[in-house]
Design a protein around this ligand. Structure first.
Ligand SMILES: [Zn+2]
Length: 311
């Protein structure tokens, strides 16, 4: 009997050696540092760390006072101006690179690439295609912003210097890896909350104490993520055949890591059953991030039992 099915996934993503925060029109952006050097890595080599680190940002955001007050978009915008969140997001990007939302959003929501037609980004947010481009490439002074760029313009204008072309890796000539590409801190926090809320929902769905009625409600919300055109192929490496997935964005990669984490029968990234902190389980069966949390939970349980007995 085959005990464990093991598929080796591989993907490539690009990051710079150093990023910085820049402010423009009262928004905070993350961009590559002027002297930073690009390199590629395989996100599946560090899949648990990426997912855990993003869940930590999502948890901080959802539990922050700002988030609990009213409009979600405004709350996240406010958080993006706070030093605590800026540091968390900058550290994440320094470790794993930017999300690649310029590619991800059009692929995951209905996107019309035409200057006159608004770009529909879900959540009732709609911007013109030109505004969408400006948002990610505002740093480039060479771009003529009077009209929407076509793909050739992107390649010409988005800062793909000679160094870039000489670099190793099959994705480095991509526009979203140019030094002029930037993402807002708010959109990275927003993505972290989406992933965290989904993880929370899955945990709640699987929790023993939940009634069947509530499970039905959760069920509806858990469904929903699908890759439109997964670009998959074989890759032979180190005497092994690997499942190669050519992702267009780190957002997609993280969605897929969560998907695999929850469905493979080996959930390694978990939320502590006592304190809710995201952690990487060394033992597949462990439910708590620390011995302290396990002891406290056991104490709660025995108190509960005692109370039930007294009643
Ligand atoms: Zn804990």
């Amino acid at each position: 009997m085959i005990k464990e099915e093991k598929i080796e996934f591989t993907a490539k993503w690009c990051k710079y050696s150093k990023y910085k925060i820049e402010k423009k029109d009262d928004k905070f952006y993350i961009v590559a540092d002027k002297n930073a050097i690009p390199s590629t890595y395989d996100p599946f080599d560090v899949k648990n760390q990426i997912l855990k680190d993003l869940l930590v940002i999502g948890k901080e955001s959802v539990e922050n006072e700002m988030y609990k007050i009213g409009n979600r978009e405004i709350s996240i915008e406010a958080q993006s101006k706070m030093e605590k969140f800026q540091n968390l997001v900058l550290e994440f990007v320094n470790n794993y690179g930017l999300l690649g939302n310029f590619r991800y959003l059009p692929e995951n929501y209905e996107f019309m690439d035409n200057g006159d037609i608004p770009v529909n980004l879900g959540n009732n947010t709609s911007v013109s295609a030109l505004e969408f481009e400006k948002k990610y490439f505002w740093k480039d002074s060479k771009i003529d912003w009077s009209k929407t760029m076509n793909s050739n313009d992107y390649h010409r204008n988005t800062g793909l210097d000679d160094y870039f072309k000489q670099s190793e890796g099959d994705r480095l000539d991509d526009i979203i890896f140019s030094k002029n590409y930037s993402e807002t801190i708010a959109e990275i926090i927003n993505f972290a909350t989406i992933i965290y809320n989904k993880k929370l929902l899955i945990c709640a769905y699987l929790y023993d104490d939940v009634s069947e009625d509530i499970k039905e409600v959760y069920k509806e919300s858990i469904a929903g993520y699908s890759l439109k055109e997964p670009n998959i192929s074989y890759e032979a490496e180190n005497g092994q055949i690997k499942f190669k997935w050519n992702f267009m964005s780190l957002s997609e990669i993280i969605e897929t890591i969560l998907l695999l984490n929850e469905t493979s029968g080996r959930t390694e990234v978990k939320l502590c059953k006592h304190c809710g902190k995201p952690f990487i389980a060394e033992n597949i069966k462990s439910e708590y991030d620390s011995i302290q949390c396990r002891n406290r939970e056991n104490l709660n349980k025995s108190r509960q039992k005692k109370n039930n007995y007294i009643e």
